[in-house]
Design a protein around this ligand. Sequence first.
Ligand SMILES: [Zn+2]
Length: 433
Amino acid sequence: MKKILLSFALLGTLSMSVRAAADQPADASSFDQLLKQITVETPAAPEPAFNIEKTEVLPAEGRFWVTVKAADKYERTRLLEAGMDIVEIKGDLVSGFAGQHTMDALSSKAFSLVSKMTVEQKYARGVTKDFPAADAAYHNYKETTDLLNQLASKNSDIASVFSIGKTTEGRDIWCLRINASAKGTAPSSKPGAFFLGNVHAREHLANEVPLLFASWLFDHRNDADIKRYISTLDIYIIPMGNPDGVEYDIKGGKYQYFRKNARVNPDKSIGVDLNRNFDSWWCEAGASTYPGADTYCGPKAFSEPESQHLRDFMLARKNLKTHISYHSYASEILYPWGGNDADVPNAKDKDAFVKMSGEMGKLTGYTARKSSDMYIATGDSCDWAYDKGGILAFTFELEGNGFYPGAGLITKTVNSNIKAAVYLLSKTANPYN
Ligand SMILES: [Zn+2]
């Protein structure tokens, strides 16, 4: 839970900033104030933490952190299919989460299990609170909702907020729209850019990047370039695509290492992997049919309200040209296909993917490559967006040393990603230029 600290209020009041000198109260939704808040609120040592006293947060079967040998992307793909949630790839070793069902598969001769430990053992470093105090700067669902509404009301001439639909548990999935001539769901023929975050629950940095990018855009709305993008483009930002999962991940004040949505499956396990639930080679490779697995593809393509709403949102907007879906963590920029070995068949699009990902890689320091070069994963939202909408769609795997890299990383990550996001805007009217 992010708190406005008294010290922050005092600091804001006493600050010698230009804003204060200009005799205006500090605006809590401005980009500079949001970053200042992160700095003030962030105590030292934002280590990932896990409460070993109360393990009710874990799925009943328990989960393990495993390291397995996998020589290439095909072996990594097989691990995904066994239900393993691949988190780190180092040479021919792959590490990640595995439930009991997956452990059974990994113990067979088909795989070479190098090490395993329980999630509690891996993360037994202390007890945290909701959002853990050290990470109070991260925006939970309510804070994200409030900030989107503040930004829209402060910039009501060019901004609006609407819901693209409700989640499994009935939360609205909020979308901020920036368009100088159309509000809410009114159609627009201007070229569209779509920024999506936090489809995977525990990837909280993937909410901060698009959310704070929105704040930055408004602060810079009178800069020549930004002004032109705002007046000529149709910009959509959905920072939190999976609110149920996010709230589940931080409930009780400690992280749950939770990835999926909050669907209760028939076997009582929780969640479908939304990024395996899109109708692009659905559940063919790199996904699991086992409901308890982190990579569970769901009972059918688009079985989940969250993926349905994202689908309908994109189908209804034929003007969308470019897209980034933010995830964490690998410091990579990925382009289609993810669900198939092949390159996209359209040479012009392929060139645009390579060029744009390369440029955004320079701005962020991330590695650009075809998604399936890492492993093959079907049911991916960006594959679907490109296939069905012709949208030049990129998956950003943000930086960090884990899913909970601490609030200290927000400023750096947001700043470098703003440059990449602005670059995307610069290419939206003509990506092939
Ligand atoms: Zn992800």
